[in-house]
Design a protein around this ligand. Structure first.
Ligand code: ARG
Length: 588
């Protein structure tokens, strides 16, 4: 379906042409003076020079041609040459009816679907998820859903941090505590036990302990590096322990991400590409891309136009060990071979932007990707506390994601049960749904690259630009529709009609933006645009609701028109929040 602005523009372009001017001048935009008109066109001003005519003359000539228009009920030429327009009620109703009849409310899916890989989440195995991982998960999930909604093939990959020194540290600490474990017996050739010799809570305690010790004790650090080396070179017992760590940790991660309504198509990690690294390194050497520098193997990635120095991309350290870069490059190679993406999007902390610049340049230079493969770094800003510093616990430590979510659930539960009788179980379930909207909307409503202040108070409020406000609006619509059913009406049968008052028309106009907004959100990889849209839509609905007697309307036909509009508003709002990665309850 065409965007409403395209339809309107076509009408005005036609008039420009008929009046003897260039069609291109007839481009229409949404009015920036909604008090004066709904749409505007500034083409007459732009054409003045070309036609050596006063803009108002051109505008007047265009107005004349639009006299019998089916689209506009008001077109005015205003000094010095603006065209101000309002659309006809039945034109608007027609457009909305078409939207309503369409499964995607007028969005045309991509004719040539792209294959897009989204690299997000990026947790590190055996380390608990902390608030720093929240943004990647929340933004990445939404970007994945946006791309999918627009008809593309999308693969979400978690890219686990499951290979480096942290593994060696855990194994070292395990050996200190339980030296007799069969995994440390070099002579053992049998099958290792199925059960891990630790639980997730032990694992989560082991890592920080080991990490702390290694910073204070050189011999301990040495041992951890040795354990890492043994693991990476394939020592059986170490590999078996690693598998246990993975299994215990991934089970826990899956539970945590499920609570966030985030799910990945691939649970690949850094470890998955270790086998292809030697081949990749050999290729880079053979083709002359990589050269030695102070013992290390590097690929130069600086360009003449660089304003600041971009250091070479290191492929192997002087001791021959691979690095974070090496793994990311090998992962690109694997993705190209197995998934053939047109586009890879990384949703990672923006402090890694120089790093990704190096990796992308290196991937292009060494032809790991095709010339037209897009590589995008969607760097996000920091989630700060009210003091403007990175979000911490009250004691000043790193906040675990689980604890943060619990706090918000609790806060929401309090609000829901405040002054009201609600069954415990129901209140808990509702609190969980609403809390997720608070967290996700609070994050997504900011442009991803910006830092934002995580403000529980504000995010959980039922008023203002918040997730709970959006849910509250949806629930309000649902409740009206239920009452309509109780009166014997059938919402699904109701047909869109011409608006009967200003607030209804405003709501309808807001709804028509869906197509434009979704396209922009996709093109610019910008979930915050969808938030801004649903906030405006919710405001428009609530205004309409306060201005209009819906259920007590006596004219059944008119009432059905309201109901049809409510159904459409609810469906679009629910579609949008699903794309943002949360949902609405039935009641709240
Ligand atoms: N595990 C990394 C970290 O905690 C993030 C991974 C980001 N993705 C990537 N392909 N490098 O910093």
């Amino acid at each position: 379906m065409k965007k409403i602005l395209e339809l309107i523009s076509e009408e005005v372009q036609e008039a420009f042409e008929q009046a003897g001017f260039d069609r291109a001048l007839g481009k229409v935009s949404i009015s920036n003076r909604p008090d004066l008109c709904e749409y505007q066109c500034n083409g007459a001003m732009a054409g003045a020079k070309q036609y050596k005519k006063a803009p108002i003359m051109i505008a007047n000539a265009v107005v004349e041609k639009l006299a019998g228009s089916k689209v506009f009920d008001k077109v005015e030429a205003v000094m010095p040459g603006f065209l101000n327009m309002n659309v006809k009620a039945d034109f608007l109703a027609g457009y909305l009816s078409e939207m309503k009849a369409d499964a995607k409310f007028g969005i045309e899916e991509a004719k040539e679907p792209q294959t897009i890989v989204i690299d997000y989440g990026g947790p590190n195995v055996a380390k608990p998820l902390h608030v720093g991982h929240l943004r990647s998960a929340v933004i990445g999930e939404s970007v994945k859903r946006i791309c999918r909604f627009m008809g593309h093939e999308v693969v979400g990959d978690i890219h686990l941090g499951d290979w480096g020194l942290q593994m060696g540290l855990i194994i070292t600490e395990l050996k200190e505590r339980q030296p007799d474990l069969i995994y440390f017996d070099d002579t053992f050739t049998g099958d290792y036990p199925k059960e891990a010799p630790f639980t997730i809570s032990e694992l989560e305690e082991i890592y920080p302990t080991a990490s702390k010790k290694s910073k204070e004790d050189d011999a301990y650090k040495e041992a951890a590096m040795d354990a890492t080396f043994k693991l990476q070179s394939g020592v059986r017992g170490y590999r078996a322990l690693w598998k246990h760590i993975m299994q215990v940790s991934v089970t826990d991660l899956k539970k945590n991400y499920a609570n966030l309504n985030v799910d990945f198509d691939l649970w690949n990690g850094e470890s998955d590409v270790q086998d292809v690294i030697p081949g990749m390194v050999a290729y880079m050497k053979e083709e002359g891309y990589a050269h030695e520098s102070e013992g290390a193997l590097v690929v130069d990635v600086k360009e003449e136009t660089d304003a600041k120095e971009i250091p070479p991309c290191m492929i192997l350290k002087s001791d021959g060990a691979s690095l974070y870069n090496t793994t990311d490059l090998a992962t690109i190679m694997e993705r190209m071979n197995k998934i053939h993406p047109n586009h890879i999007i990384y949703v990672v902390d923006k402090r890694q932007d120089l790093y990704f610049e190096q990796v992308f340049r290196c991937a292009r230079k060494t032809k790991l990707v095709k010339e037209d493969t897009r590589l995008t770094f969607l760097g996000f800003g920091t989630m700060n506390g009210k003091d403007g510093k990175p979000f911490k616990t009250r004691q000043g430590g790193v906040m675990r994601l689980e604890h943060l979510l619990n706090d918000i659930n609790e806060e929401m539960y309090k609000k829901i049960t405040d002054n009201r009788e609600v069954a415990e179980e129901e209140a808990r379930a509702t609190a969980k749904i609403v809390a997720l909207s608070a967290v996700k909307y609070g994050d997504l409503s900011n442009q991803a690259s910006k830092d934002y202040v995580f403000d529980i108070e504000r995010f959980t409020s039922f008023e203002g630009d918040t997730g709970p406000y959006i849910l509250y609006t949806i629930v309000r619509i649902k409740s009206i529709l239920n009452k309509y059913k109780e009166q014997g009406g059938v919402p699904a049968d109701a047909k869109i009609q011409s608006p009967v008052n200003e607030s209804e028309k405003e709501l309808m106009l807001a709804i028509t933006q869906f197509n434009t907004i979704m396209n922009n959100a996709f093109e610019e990889i910008a979930p915050h645009k969808i938030c801004a849209y649903i906030y405006e839509l919710a405001n428009a609905f609530n205004h309409f609701y306060h201005e209009t007697k819906i259920l007590v309307e006596e004219d059944e036909n008119k009432k059905a028109g309201f109901i049809a509009l409510l159904v459409l508003a609810r469906d679009i709002l629910e579609t949008c929040i699903d794309i943002l990665g949360f949902s609405a309850p039935e009641k709240m």
